[in-house]
Design a binder for this molecule. Sequence first.
Ligand code: XMP
Length: 527
Amino acid sequence: MGKTLPPGWWRPSLMGPAESLLVLDFGSQYTQLIARRLRELGVYCEILPCTTPDGEIWERNPIGVVLSGGPESVYGDGAPAAPDGVLEPPVPVLGVCYGMQLLARESGGDVRPAPRRSYGPAELEHNGNGRLFRGVPERFRAWASHGDLVHALPEGFRRTAGTGQARIAAFENPGRRLYGVQFHPEVVHTEHGAEILRNFAFEVCGAGGGWTPRSHAERTIAAIRAQVGDGQVVCGASGGVDSTVTAMLVHRAIGDRLHCIFVDNGVLRKDEAERVRSSFEEGLGIPLQVVDAAERFLARLKGVRSPERKRKIIGREFIRVFEEASRDIPDVRFLAQGTLYPDVIESVSVKGPSAVIKSHHNVGGLPKRMRLELIEPLRELFKDEVRVLGRQLGAPEGLVNRHPFPGPGLAVRMLGAVEESGLDVLREADAILEEEIRSAGCYDDIWQAFVVLLPLRTVGVMGDARTYERVAVIRAVESRDGMTADWAALPHELLVRVSNRITGEVRGVNRVVLDITSKPPGTIEWE
Ligand code: XMP
């Protein structure tokens, strides 16, 4: 193996439940889906890089291990290997695609390039012998994505399913507790995929189930109490779902020893500070200190045109303001932060460092400077689990479903230099777009929708007079995670209303245009 984990990749958690499955990540784009599907079945599941040393895997006492797919060929140079103990495991191991091929090759089977690569749906037929296929119809559609195949079974293994392309599309060796499938049970395109994973978790590994984000939260609350003792905690609230649910959990654990700070940086949406204040104080009963630092931020942003400089300035100033505000809290020793599971599990197995497209502003710099101990109650949860949890804990729907809003706010939506009059124009136009999208009933179908203000003027005519005013861009995208996105085809009538209202009601805009760029090649924000 040779590779070691990067420092800080894993911090032991106080919060893990008694029963869990582990997924070892070999670099598949579906690795996170495997964990999410298993959690949906009620079994807590964590992801570790495939380079995790053997000892660390078993120390965590998993009831079973899944080896994910991956982009490499098991016979290629430098292809990731399975940790030693996985071939003679104390608990059942399921290999998916690359994972199955690893089990095959390392147990003495033959893995070779397939005559034809197979991507997409395949008709699968199982022979009734496989424990994974119990209760599953004999033939069904499975999602395949592989260029290699298991040609010959290792000794002691039996074939349990095949497709037209792959004679050995699934195998097992119950004596050695090894199972493999050459397709992706975790993707929705595989019929009965959830049943196959359920069979693995419950029938093969003997899971008891019952895990939910809510049950996780109960343990988390107890863990926070234990960690904090009688200490004080500070939390930066942004109005987004992550920091809100974080605050709710910490508040349940320690009540008003939690101090939430909301920084008005002057580049917020219309009425944002007041909206967040009232949802916290009146909606959730959590006191919120709103720090009006708009002037400070705007003074520092004056004349700055570069998107990256804007981000850096806002990030740095945020830290200063937050630090100053928390100095007034006596004896604060902890910082609560809404870090999510995908931020914790970066695949270290095959991916190299990716290029920095935009340096995202977050509060990561805070704990180091402030010497605060971190509390990250969402560290083990996926975004949709946080939403579910937020709802169950009684967060207002408006907060749970709110579109993401970037830390640098309107500063990266007002191209060129940020100035106050432009911000007012942008706020009004943006509020109209949001209002119309909500009343057309499309808000929840869209990942993000907002207005961008361009640093140029065009000629128009209004009431017989010539105008020379700004251009507003409508940007609306559909996306699952913000990594890739498609422009949203908003209904024609909605666009007509938004355009008429913006040009009619917002002083300073005489032209509205629509952005029809997906990501890639564009990014979601314009800066
Ligand atoms: P891009 O523009 O990179 O955006 O396609 C992807 C997602 O990230 C948000 N975004 C940011 N969020 N700080 C943030 O907290 C930032 O600097 C930042 N830049 C972009 C963007 O709104 C989208 O959801």
